[in-house]
Design a protein around this ligand. Structure first.
Ligand code: HAM
Length: 416
């Protein structure tokens, strides 16, 4: 019996992969405009890195990590997200010494043992960006503007931006206490998970998908009413910069994040088009994380998008690479000539296809059609004898006679 892949781990096949390449290329292009450089870090780290940064009481660390003991008795984990590894590297490589402001982006696979469904997989891919070293709220706005710029470049009107502030170690405990008190009064209406979370992580109750919990927390106190002056001013400044730059957003005071490292600004880009997997990208500020991981006291902010989810939003669009030219040949000598011309044109950067197996002309033309070639050229005995062929534009059927040589063909292919 053939061996199948692992549940929740997907193949990305030709036809689909072109969409991914476009997403990746757009991210690189846009992020580099804003001064970000790529960083590549390992996909496996010490387990402790993730439990310390993401937080022991989160779903990710409690139940979703691919962790194991390697042959040297080390506890290691396939990364469930990118920020922790990038910050580990930032600290270890002392990147702040090179520049007080560090802007990094990354892309690659992440692993979470979640229940797979549309838009949610066990191996999924993120493209993320992180800025270290800036406290000023202008950077929060800039990161959001860059993310919106990226989606605009892809021609997407979905997703839309939602922002919130989760406060800081000074004001969040007060909010937690107020929320806990509110939840205590509704203990009976909450699901078992939320009753347990009330002790460890009460904010998660706001995010619970169980309908009863949604009703019970409807009038829960808002984090935004509990911000200290510093956090309140910071959030107001972020909103002001978004307003001034005409960046559309809405404030969602119920937004909580599934990772514990966040402080102040948090955000999600959400869509109604992907069922329950509504977050296409998400992130926020993490001013205490670098110090928590043993690094210098430096603030950070960033986000990651789920590439599978972005690709689903682009799903109506075809990105398959079509050949510029299909050369159909009749006979062995014509096949050799077709091969020679193809090689010359490929050397000049044109996508050229032909038939390798000596099939009938009719079947070659069917394949040209199927591939969506922009032009076709038929080479048979006559063409070989005269050194001339007819280049046919498939869009309108128009034909032009050309010498069988690379430069006139290249000129004809590139001027349309
Ligand atoms: P996150 O919200 O856990 O944040 O994930 C970011 C994005 O990754 C989500 O919005 C979603 O699009 C995608 N994603 C997450 N899990 C899955 C899954 N199982 N299948 C498919 N896509 C998924 C983080 O990971 C933070 N590190 C973001 C960040 C960077 N915050 C600051 N810097």
């Amino acid at each position: 019996m053939a061996i199948t892949g692992i549940k929740g781990f997907n193949d990305i096949l030709p036809g689909e992969v072109e969409k991914w390449q476009r997403i990746e290329a757009t991210a690189r292009r846009v992020f580099e405009i804003y001064g970000f450089s790529e960083i590549r870090v390992p996909i496996m780290e010490k387990t402790e890195l993730f439990s310390r940064s993401i937080g022991d009481a989160t779903d990710i660390v409690e139940k979703e990590m691919y962790s194991f003991t390697d042959k040297g008795e080390n506890r290691v984990t396939l990364r469930p997200e990118g920020t922790a590894g990038v910050m580990r590297s930032f600290i270890e490589q002392k990147l702040h010494v090179l520049d007080p402001v560090t802007k990094l982006y990354y892309m690659g696979p992440m692993f979470r043992y979640e229940r797979p469904q549309k838009g949610r997989y066990r191996q999924f891919h993120q493209i993320g960006a992180e800025v270290v070293g800036v406290t000023n709220p202008r950077i929060d706005a800039q990161v959001l503007i860059m993310l919106c710029h990226f989606f605009q470049e892809l021609g997407l009107t979905e997703p839309t931006l939602q922002i919130n502030s989760l406060g800081c170690p000074e004001c969040r405990p007060l909010y937690r206490a107020a929320l806990k008190e509110y939840l205590e009064q509704r203990r009976e209406e909450l699901c078992d998970d939320c009753r347990r979370r009330m002790e460890t992580n009460p904010l998660r109750a706001l995010d619970c998908k169980v309908p009863g919990c949604g009703v019970a927390t409807k009038d829960a106190p808002s984090v935004l009413d509990h911000l200290c002056q510093g956090c309140d001013d910071h959030f107001a400044a972020v909103r002001r910069h978004l307003d001034v730059t005409k960046t559309p957003y809405s404030v969602n005071h119920r937004m909580v994040r599934g990772l514990d490292y966040y402080t102040r600004t948090t955000f999600e880009l959400v869509t109604g088009l992907l069922g329950s997997q509504s977050a296409v990208a998400a992130g926020g500020r993490y001013d205490g994380l670098i110090e928590e991981l043993g690094g210098p006291k430096l603030p950070g902010i960033g986000f990651a998008m789920g590439v599978e989810r972005v690709a689903l939003l682009l799903s109506g669009e075809g990105f398959a690479r079509v050949p510029d030219l299909f050369i159909a040949a009749h006979g062995e000598a014509a096949g050799d000539e077709a091969f020679r011309l193809m090689t010359l044109l490929q050397g000049e950067g044109f996508r050229v296809e032909l038939d390798y197996e000596g099939k009938s002309l009719k079947s070659q033309m069917r394949r040209a059609d199927k591939l969506g070639a922009r032009f076709t050229l038929i080479i048979g005995e006559d063409e070989l004898a005269t050194g001339q062929g007819m280049l046919k534009a498939m869009a309108d059927g128009s034909q032009v006679a050309l010498p069988l040589a690379a430069s006139p063909l290249a000129a004809a292919l590139s001027c349309s």
